[in-house]
Ligand binder design. Sequence first.
Ligand code: WTA
Length: 647
Amino acid sequence: MTETVIPVSPDVAKSASVTAESYEAMYAASVKDPAAFWDDHGRRIDWIRPYSTVKAVNYDYPDVSIRWFDDGTLNVAANCIDRHVATRGDQTAIIFEPDDPSEAAQHITYSQLKDEVSRFANVLKGLGVGKGDRVVIYLPMIPVAAYAMLACARIGAIHSVVFAGFSPDALADRVNDSEARLVITADHAPRGGRATALKSNADKALRRCKDSVKLLVCTRTGGQIDWVEGRDFRYEDLAETASADCPPEEMDAEDPLFILYTSGSTGKPKGVVHTSGGYLVYAAMTHEHVFDYKDGEVYWCTADVGWVTGHSYILYGPLANGATTLMFEGVPTFPDASRFWQVVDKHKVSIFYTAPTALRALMGKGDEWVTKCDLSSLRILGSVGEPINPEAWSWYHRVIGKGKCPIVDTWWQTETGGILISPLPGATPLKPGSATRPFFGVEPVVLDDQGNELSGAVSGVLAIKDSWPGQMRTIWGDHARFISTYFEMFKGYYFAGDGCRRDEDGYYWITGRVDDVINVSGHRMGTAEVESALVAHEKVAEAAVVGYPHDIKGQGIYCYVTLMEGVEPSDALKTELANWVRTEIGPIAKPDVIQWAPGLPKTRSGKIMRRILRKIAENDTGNLGDTSTLAEPAVVDDLVANSVHKQ
Ligand code: WTA
């Protein structure tokens, strides 16, 4: 097989912030002396008290500790807003494109952003929120979501954004785990022509939380909502009298900026903690170089602020760089499959960053949805969240980018805070499907199962040697879990949980998770979460959940369910269970396949052999591997005979 390599376009290289030569030199410097490298680049943001130490990192298990720019102080919101006002106060900071294309877009300038965020910050203060307090944000993709996040940053409160597609239960878990004192929501969240009753979800969630938790309600649709006197506050009422002047709080570099919950291979979601200084330096630095952002360009990342991509690459990175960032409330296929491209056309987007699952869905609708729009403003394309298959890559490159826009396939994670492996548009020849080479300061290694570093062209487990400024610092309330999840298995490295291949050019190809985390439409999910939702249903005795290849979603959710004694299996019950999981966790977790399992394959010690379940779900039953340790081998024959592929 000959491998496709797309050389760097001379046009892009001509004006790029990093070229092939400067990449090599900067990369070498960044790993040779990380402290000196980041000492320089840390100055790209404004510090109130400059740092004198840059890197204080210990990767020795179990005493892992990570600190960057330790004695510096700063305010993240001031870096994202105030420092730009003098030079670009009238420049648009945020373009808001609503769900309904007939509703007018909004352009919020840096000056306006300063007023809005300061006012919001004063409202938070008025509700008793202060430095270090946790605030949960459960909002649609509207400018108020950005104001709320930046307002927290301004007063030193720690925000935890919960994706508006999550259920009341998922919201309650996050409010309780973070011990938040305030939840911010909106009446309804319009999306794809429908509206989610966010306030009503928040009402349900708060029934499971402490009585002292307050609810701040922002108006989006003006639709009907219930009201709890004394607990609920209407944002617009409080904002009317709030001052638009709020001095930013001086924060330590290592003070937490936010908590973001993400799925792990076991147990409940983890509250990933990111801090202020290192995170912002890293988000800004990667945003500038990975997207080759140029002053005045319109940049659009289609993620939701409920995910880390929205944090780092809709908000913090772009705003720290004084960029114009677009926030889109809708979905790619509403009112029709042309929506993304119409938004690009309308706002003359230069840089477009999305997920492979959206590309696959749109690719299936045909090219005419694209070709009727003018996409000539596009310069750089990006991909994130899951491996991008070569077909989707080629379509993106040819039909969207007209063969002239480099695609940056960016590999990173909630935990990493920013992009770790990615092409740089003016520096890296592309190979479709490969995230290519590491960013400055990042040293990927490929390990075997025993934790030995492998050299040359090999496959194995992806880990990172040493730290980078945007790295997570702990799991909220559970530092021991942080150490054991990321540093115990392979001592001396950050273990990412992904498998990878490195080719003869030193390019990295991410092959997917090596743990029980699956990636459904670019959303990360722990199979354990779906299992615990299933067994919470009264008719379910036991459940095992695995991922399987899915044309559009990347991975689909395949559930093996054992019913309680005496319960009759039926298609109606399958639908009931699928909807049950949907309500327990959220629409993104709705099972694609439910297979009745009279028994699950277990070892004699009772451990479910997921490897076998994965193979059956993938319809790869020719070689099920070693089944000699199974307690009841006949169970497997039944599952194979009744798998969805045999029907
Ligand atoms: C996967 C999203 C292949 C990977 C920023 C990782 C990718 C998980 C890529 C993190 C990519 C992300 N190529 N796989 N370019 N980007 N992934 O925390 O499995 O939601 O571990 O962060 O997504 O998902 P998370």
